[in-house]
Design a protein around this ligand. Structure first.
Ligand code: NAD
Length: 264
């Protein structure tokens, strides 16, 4: 039996591509390669030229500015989805942010306003995007966000972003429960550390990157291409039995506690 992922009859909205290194782009590229029609939203006009360049080779794509925390932007964005596609099969949320101060200091000192910003941008926007999308979502649609294992275990300096990712993972389960009766699935992909713009704001990221590779049973980090492949699977009808889950693409680093040094 030959299994092919053909998304030529499907439509997708991808939120949160900043450049070619973005995990949102790794997933979007796979969707495009599978024939999906894809629209993109980006946070601010500064990011527009980069996204124009990335999508230039893909006829039929469109892009629209939308700050995911801004209700008016979201209303306009999903109105654009309605005009372009009429309905929506796939929604990718690839958005995260915490104020620098909250990641540089001690967790115990997290200021309430920094807490609110991090949880609002990184977790609540999945809920608000799903709410705006709901009337357009087809039965059997698939929603996907990106998380990180600092939600479950302590990653030094990740601080309030760990809390935001825990909220995102929990929101994934609540959304999956509510939207499940229509066959709509909601999952979150937990990626290992990857060198992106957002990663640059994590203090000691280089150390985190090296140590995750050492921790992995495969002695390496997962790649954005692997995130794209697994994202495509979760957004396709090959995964119709999977919802509400946090699924790891981290070359197994999260399963290990202590790793014995290799001999020799
Ligand atoms: P990235 O910087 O390429 O993408 C983050 C995106 O979030 C950017 O496009 C940015 O514009 C967008 N964003 C931030 N605030 C926004 C707002 N208010 N409205 C709309 N968009 C907003 O970095 P990335 O690493 O690809 O991040 C994508 C997702 O992957 C994030 O949720 C991140 O936490 C997650 N993730 C990243 C890693 C990693 O190591 N890079 C690991 C696990 C999970």
């Amino acid at each position: 039996m030959t299994v092919q992922i053909d998304l030529s009859s499907k439509t997708a909205l991808v939120m949160g591509v900043a450049n070619a290194r973005s995990l949102g782009w790794a997933i979007a590229e796979r969707l495009l390669q599978a024939g999906c029609r894809v629209g993109f939203s980006y946070q601010g006009e500064r990011l527009r030229p980069e996204l124009e360049k990335l999508t230039a080779d893909y006829p039929g794509t469109w892009i629209q500015q939308a700050d995911a925390t801004n209700e008016e932007d979201l209303t306009a964005l999903f109105e654009r989805v309605r005009q372009e596609f009429g309905q929506l099969d796939i929604l990718v949320h690839s958005i995260g942010f915490a104020p620098r101060a909250a990641m540089e200091g001690r967790f115990i000192d997290t200021a309430p306003e920094d807490w609110n910003v991090a949880l609002n941008v990184s977790a609540y926007t999945l809920v608000s995007a799903a709410r705006h999308a709901e009337p357009l979502l087809t039965d059997g649609a698939s929603l996907l966000s990106l998380t990180f294992q600092a939600s479950q275990r302590v990653v030094p300096k990740y601080n309030v972003m760990g809390i935001a990712k825990a909220a995102l993972e929990s929101a994934t389960r609540y959304l999956a429960a509510e939207l499940g009766p229509r066959g709509i699935r909601v999952n979150t992909l937990s990626a290992g550390p990857m060198r992106t713009v957002a990663a640059r704001s994590i203090p000691a990221f280089a150390h985190l990157y090296e140590s995750a590779a050492r921790q992995s049973p495969m002695n390496r980090n997962a790649t954005p291409g692997e995130v794209g492949d697994f994202g495509l699977f979760l957004l396709s009808d090959l995964s119709t039995g999977v919802t509400g889950q946090t699924l790891y693409v981290d070359a197994g680093a999260s399963i290990m506690t202590v790793k014995m040094e290799e001999e020799g």
